[in-house]
Design a protein around this ligand. Structure first.
Ligand code: SAM
Length: 225
């Protein structure tokens, strides 16, 4: 449960060097040359991280996953992929962290640090009384808005229509997000990757299920008059 999870008191106190050894600052081995800019929340077995990696070689991509064994699997998967590259360069930009994304997101990321946040096939929590456990809620959206930079994107995909409508409703009601249209979705590289990269997405594909997508842009903070 949560109290066994470790959280840094602030993003500065987080040691990222173990996650991204290829990006360690040669002048200061306790620091990285860049910061995480892309987050995959509830990354599961890591398919999205692996498929995004070659397209964003200069971005650090982080998967956050609450299940210990799944996180360990993704860790091993990344290590194996890295070791297959004779030049030691590939897949250095992806990492996974065990954590509860519903808690302390701002402890890991600074204000405006992220450019993209993915929610791929989040747990639906069908029952009404479980809805508060959903990963997209009004309160959590304000946290995601805080760590996302202006113009940054929230990507969502699910096969559960009810959850899709829930996420769209909450994002639309939030003053800091605006939905992107179907034309934008069709042209965006990450949308096409997200459709098929994840293990859950592949399962839905095999079962010929529906995939509902919604993407939202982080709006500028309103001026305080
Ligand atoms: N995104 C992956 C995919 O599309 O294959 C996994 C989808 S799976 C249905 C949902 C994942 O979210 C599970 O691996 C679960 O452990 C993880 N998860 C659920 N709640 C979480 C939370 N609060 N923080 C981090 N991960 C969470």
């Amino acid at each position: 449960s949560d109290h066994q999870l470790e959280y840094p008191k602030s993003p500065n106190e987080m040691n990222w060097t173990k996650l991204y050894p290829g990006f360690v600052d040669p002048n200061d081995p306790t620091k990285l040359l860049s910061k995480v800019t892309i987050a995959d929340i509830g990354c599961g077995y890591g398919g999205l991280l692996v498929d995004l990696a070659p397209h964003f070689p200069h971005d650090l991509i982080l998967g956050m996953e609450i299940r210990v064994q799944v996180t360990n699997y993704v860790e091993d998967r990344i290590i194996a992929l890295r070791s297959k590259d004779p030049n030691g360069k590939k897949y250095q930009n992806i990492g996974v962290l065990r954590g509860n994304a519903m808690k302390f997101t701002p402890n890991f990321f600074e204000k405006g640090q992220l450019t993209k946040i993915f929610f791929c096939f989040p747990d639906p929590h069908f029952k009404q009384r479980k809805h508060k456990a959903r990963i997209v809620t009004k309160t959590l959206l304000s946290e995601y808005a805080y760590v996302l930079k202006e113009g940054g994107i929230i990507y969502t995909i699910t096969d559960v229509l009810d959850l899709h409508e829930w996420m769209v409703k909450h994002l639309q009601e939030h003053p800091l997000f605006a939905r992107l249209d179907a034309e934008w979705e069709n042209e965006d590289l990450c949308v096409s990757i997200m459709r098929n990269a994840t293990e859950e997405g592949k399962k839905v594909e095999r079962n010929k299920g529906d995939k509902y997508i919604a993407c939202f842009k982080r709006l500028p903070n309103p001026e305080i008059i």
